[in-house]
Design a protein around this ligand. Structure first.
Ligand code: HEM
Length: 418
């Protein structure tokens, strides 16, 4: 790909909201051109499966944003409000390298092991059935608002010990803060969230958890927040700022990712009625539907790293301090790895990168998979003759944590729960 003009133009296109319903043709174009630098900026985009895997496994690929040479004010691209976040707040362990990353991740990981998560299945099924019962009563169905959103949000609030009554407020902060994971461009500033608003959301969410922690300290419950408070009180394993940033990370991860997995899976099934019929006939197919959705239309489209030392990826030299943006949504349709990659094929052998790889592999993967499987299975069984009322549906502005804003549905009937 020729330098600067093309790379900046392609980049600008990626951020354009008009592209959000289907960014995949642009990803294919980017992937075919190989890794590239955005103009003269210390920012490199990689998009093949081999290059993304190499970066994710590279010992010099750091998540510590204080190492980046990107200057938000002067470069055509940066990582949004993250720079301010680096200056002001204690980063969550998503943005920490070992040894702090290892220590903090270990503290919460036991709540998310496949065995512990499997025990949540009856509760998850009950939440899904309740939401479909409500739809049966009202007669209208928006897949996002009525199913994909309430399930993961209820589960994460219950796990953490956050009162559901506070959820409407948390939803706004979380949605804004998810935009700090979007890449930005000075040349596409009109498409971006207001940095002041993002910063205020971060401050208010932290204040919320400060207050909840104070209340929970005197009145612990059977929840993760109370466990983390006990760990903080027990000694030096968890500092107070770390407790707050860990809660914020889990709350946002629980609000902004699985909703897109469930929405994208149901959208794919509506567009491929043969797979919906197959799932209705055989609930065992749910795992394949969820894995294929994670590959075909992933809830997290890109993962950033910072080069802690000079690196070489494929033919590309990456300098210390460069930001490397991995377009995993492009890598997951790489024809070098996936046969007929633009086809939704739930039975394919799947080597997707949707949860990342290595030390930062998604902690919530088992939970997201379980929620996704229960949601699509129950949907297939209880919703009769579903049809997308608007296709493509409207999309949220988010570039990275991308997903539909609503999926209005026509349907014949919701059958009673089994
Ligand atoms: C389909 C849903 C989800 C997807 C696609 C997803 C994707 C990802 C990805 C790609 C990463 C790695 C980021 C990196 O390497 O920089 C990650 C990390 C993480 N995810 Fe998820 N996630 C999902 C659901 C969840 C849920 C439900 C939770 C928990 C409530 C969660 C908690 C986390 C945490 C704590 C990390 C940081 C891990 C670390 O830095 O060690 N995720 N997720």
């Amino acid at each position: 790909m020729s330098e600067r003009t093309d790379s900046t133009a392609i980049y600008r296109q990626l951020l354009d909201p008009a592209v959000r319903p289907n960014p995949y043709p642009i990803y294919a174009q980017v992937r075919a051109g190989g890794p590239f630098r955005i103009g003269a900026a210390p920012v490199v985009i990689v998009s093949s499966h081999a290059d993304c895997t190499a970066v994710l496994r590279h010992p010099h690929a750091s998540v510590d944003r204080s190492l980046t040479r990107v200057q938000l004010e002067t470069l055509p691209m940066a990582t949004s409000a993250t720079k301010d976040a680096v200056r002001q707040a204690k980063p969550s362990f998503l943005f920490l390298d070992p040894p702090d990353h290892t220590r903090l991740r270990r503290l919460v990981s036991k709540a998310f092991t496949p065995r512990v998560v499997a025990q949540l299945e009856p509760r998850i099924s009950a939440i899904v059935d309740d939401t479909l019962d409500r739809v049966a009563e009202t007669g209208t169905f928006d897949v996002v608002a009525d199913l994909a959103y309430p399930l993961p949000v209820t589960v994460i609030c219950e796990l953490l010990g956050v009162p559901l009554a506070d959820e409407p407020q948390l939803r706004q902060w979380s949605s804004l803060l998810a935009r700090t994971l979007d890449p930005t461009s000075r040349t596409a500033a009109e498409h971006q969230a207001d940095p002041g608003e993002l910063q205020a959301a971060g401050t208010e969410l932290n204040a919320y958890f400060e207050d909840l922690t104070r209340r929970r300290r005197g009145n612990p419950g059977p929840d993760l927040l109370s466990e983390l408070i006990a760990a903080e009180d027990a000694g030096d394993t968890l500092g107070h700022d770390e407790l707050i940033s860990t809660c914020a990370l889990l709350l946002i991860a629980g609000h902004e990712t699985t909703v897109n997995l469930i929405s994208n899976a149901i959208l794919a099934l509506l567009r491929h009625p043969e797979h919906l019929a197959a799932l209705r006939a055989d609930p065992e197919q749910a795992a394949g539907v969820i894995e294929e959705t994670l590959r075909y239309d992933p809830p997290v489209q890109m993962i950033p790293r910072i080069a802690a030392a000079d690196m070489r990826i494929g033919d590309m030299d990456i300098d210390r301090g460069d930001l490397v943006l991995m377009l995993i949504a492009a890598a997951q349709r790489d024809p070098a790895v996936f046969t007929d990659p633009d086809r939704f094929a739930p039975t394919r052998d799947n080597r997707h990168l949707a949860f990342g790889l290595g030390a930062h592999f998604c902690l919530g993967a088992a939970l997201a998979r379980l929620e996704g499987r229960v949601a699509v299975t129950t949907f297939a069984q209880r919703v009769r003759s579903p049809r997308c009322a608007i296709d493509p549906p409207p999309y949220r502005a988010h570039v990275n944590l991308r997903g539909p804003a609503a999926i209005p549905l026509d349907f014949a009937e919701i059958t009673p729960r089994q």
